[in-house]
Ligand binder design. Structure first.
Ligand code: ATP
Ligand code: MG
Ligand code: MG
Length: 349
């Protein structure tokens, strides 16, 4: 078959579908609701991620299946895998979907996360605060993104309120890392076990949401890229990962601190559409379909991607008028504060 299956209907799925179409593949989206990816896909099946029968039916028509986000149950992957190859595999999904699991794996591979504790009860939160101190960040173990499901604690007195904020769910408590910069490693690993990384972007956040990614990164990051890439490669090898693997890092005077990982294409890699010889989306599609990987080299001197968040997408007219600005709008019907509506990439040649 020449159909690629994608679980998830958001903008990442949409950009994957566009990349797949360029390689002659049709995409079939499976998601609980229609979203940006459905506008460009050949087919859409509305279905729940726990509906094994529907997932199996969907997978039967696909050459391979991938997913655009990690908040799906591993059982969904198993239901799909019975009928079509699925990548990244269940080890990648299971690990990257859980903050404690990904930190443990990073440690086992010689990486260094922020000081952290696994917290499953109110009493464990007190013990963790005693061990780690404040300031600290309490994060739900699963399902957080764009800074959601997180609460910062300035003092142990805030434990009760913080525990209420996360709804008493399984969490990790992290010490605050004092970093100079944030960056990510975008690594793509093929079915033949070889992997290749993009030049690491410098990532700047606003209100816990990625605002801007730029390459090449400043020297502070460049100096830590080799160690970080080595860790990402080890993680990918250990997981038998196939596809894009994104690892976020804090650059500190003591070297890179591992933050989190995503078993998928990532917002900090959107600049690769115009800024790299092969985009992260195309390389992910290639990996998932067992095709040779493409060059990750920069197409220009530098590239920077800016997210259009909430009403910022209203600037589209001005951006269309700007020479060299590559505008991407995701076709979301409703702007909400903090919602990613599109992005713009500028490449210097
Ligand atoms: P994403 O949208 O990247 O998936 P997320 O909701 O999973 O985000 P994190 O990446 O854990 O959240 O945190 C969001 C941002 O908050 C980080 O990029 C960083 O700026 C800040 N942050 C998170 N953890 C720490 C920490 N331990 N020390 C200092 N800053 C932190
Ligand atoms: Mg995250
Ligand atoms: Mg993050």
């Amino acid at each position: 078959g020449s159909t690629l299956g994608i679980l998830g209907s958001g903008q990442l799925g949409r950009m994957l579908a566009v990349a797949a179409a360029q390689l002659g593949y049709r995409c079939h989206i499976y998601a609980p609701e229609s979203g940006p990816a459905c506008d460009v896909a050949a087919a859409f099946t509305r279905g729940a991620y726990h509906d094994a029968a529907a997932l199996g039916e969907f997978a039967r028509g696909c050459a391979a299946v991938t997913y655009e986000f990690e908040n799906i149950d591993v059982a969904a992957i198993d239901a799909v895998a019975a009928h079509a190859p699925v990548a990244p595999g269940r080890a990648s999904l299971e690990t990257a979907a859980h903050r404690a699991k990904e930190k443990r794996l990073a440690e086992a591979c010689g990486g260094r996360p922020a000081p952290w504790r696994h917290v499953t009860t109110r009493a464990e939160l007190d013990a963790a605060l005693a061990g780690i101190g404040t300031p600290a960040i309490l994060k739900t173990a699963t399902e957080g993104y764009d800074g959601k499901g997180q609460v910062r604690l300035k003092s142990p007195d805030e434990a009760e309120a913080a525990w209420a904020t996360v709804g008493g769910r399984e969490c990790v408590l992290e010490g605050m890392v004092s970093f100079t910069h944030e960056f990510s490693i975008l690594l793509v690993r093929g079915g033949d076990s070889t992997s290749v990384a993009y030049p690491p972007p410098h990532n700047e956040h606003r209100d816990g949401i990625l605002a801007r990614s730029s390459v090449p990164a400043p020297e502070t990051i460049a100096a830590q890229a080799e160690a970080a890439t080595a860790l990402a490669t080890k993680l990918a090898d250990k997981l038998g990962h196939v596809g894009l693997l994104t690892c976020e890092f804090f650059a500190t005077p003591d070297g890179p601190v591992f933050n989190e990982m995503a078993p998928r294409v990532h917002n900090s890699g959107h600049w690769t559409i115009e800024g790299a010889a092969t985009s992260q989306f195309e390389n992910h599609v290639r990996a998932v379909l067992g095709l040779p990987l493409g060059s990750t080299a920069l197409t220009g001197i530098s590239a920077e991607m800016e997210n259009l968040i909430g009403d910022e997408a209203d600037a589209w007219r001005a951006l269309l008028a700007e020479n060299g600005a590559h505008l991407h709008l995701y076709g979301k019907h409703e702007a909400r504060p903090g919602r990613k509506m599109g992005h713009v990439t500028r490449v210097r040649r």
